[in-house]
Design a protein around this ligand. Structure first.
Ligand SMILES: [Zn+2]
Length: 264
């Protein structure tokens, strides 16, 4: 099959997965079971299957509930499209061999795609959850850390690089946590640092950490200007760390090599 077909299939898989991400975030917050029947959040009417088609249903319904006309949040199609784009980029990166670690061979490329897809689902959930509810639940960050370690070991990544990455970035936040007695960063940030370091190792983990601060600075200004946050309110740093980690998963090697070539 031509490469483009694989990329499209990955994108469609991502869009379908995106609707699971939306449901997971909102049901976890509402304390509902993950497998419960989908309902309108306003009129609590169970939704028909044809109103649950990712992206398509939102536009067919013009963003409103069929029964009560309550507005459906644009988060739904946005997240579905974003996860679709991520999966397509993960597949494209592997198929075009961009920044793929040298120890990845043959069928391991499929495992690498599964790792990227699974980990990115956790990262998008954390991105949304911290952005909307200002907390990074351990029930997402801890399983993500364990999965990352398992996947990387299966893929034959250097356990040493992984460990050093996790300790360096997790340690960076732990020190801040201890010095400020938990005022500057929270336990959730430490676990995100571990996730970032274990997933990317060094030096890519450092690229992601650096990007988190750049995204945080831009994002903080945008949130302030948009009136979403006041200067005193919580900056969702987990959101920026999750975003930076996903960007580094796709573009990290390219960013790093172009930066290093500038120095020569
Ligand atoms: Zn409704």
């Amino acid at each position: 099959m031509p490469i483009v077909i694989y990329i499209i299939l990955a994108g469609v898989l991502g869009i379908l997965t995106g609707s699971i991400v939306n449901a997971t975030v909102l049901r976890t917050k509402a304390g509902l079971p993950l497998m419960s029947r989908a309902r309108c959040l306003s009129c609590v009417e169970p939704l028909h299957w044809f109103d649950l088609i990712p992206v398509v249903s939102y536009f067919v319904l013009k963003g409103r509930c069929r029964r009560c006309s309550a507005a459906i949040e644009w988060q739904y199609p946005a997240v579905e499209l974003a996860v679709g784009l991520l999966f397509a980029l993960f597949a494209g990166r592997i198929l075009f061999g961009l920044g793929i670690p040298s120890f990845i061979t043959g069928t391991e490329q499929i495992i690498l795609f599964i790792r990227d897809a699974v980990v990115s689902v956790f990262l998008v959930i954390i991105f949304l959850y911290d952005f909307r509810f200002s907390v990074i639940p351990d029930k997402f960050s801890v399983p993500a850390i364990i999965l990352v370690i398992l996947f990387n070991l299966v893929l034959g990544a250097s356990a040493f690089s992984m460990l050093i990455g996790g300790l360096a970035i997790g340690g960076f936040f732990s020190v801040q946590f201890l010095v400020s007695q938990g005022k500057w960063v929270g336990g959730g940030d430490i676990r995100m640092g571990l996730l970032m370091g274990f997933l990317l190792g060094l030096p890519l983990g450092m690229v992601a950490l650096f990007l988190s601060y750049i995204l945080g600075a831009f994002g903080g200004v945008v949130l302030l200007l948009g009136g979403h946050r006041s200067t005193s309110s919580h900056v969702p740093f987990g959101t920026f760390m999750a975003g930076a980690t996903v960007v580094t998963m796709i573009f990290g090697s390219t960013l790093l090599s172009s930066y290093l070539s500038l120095l020569q």
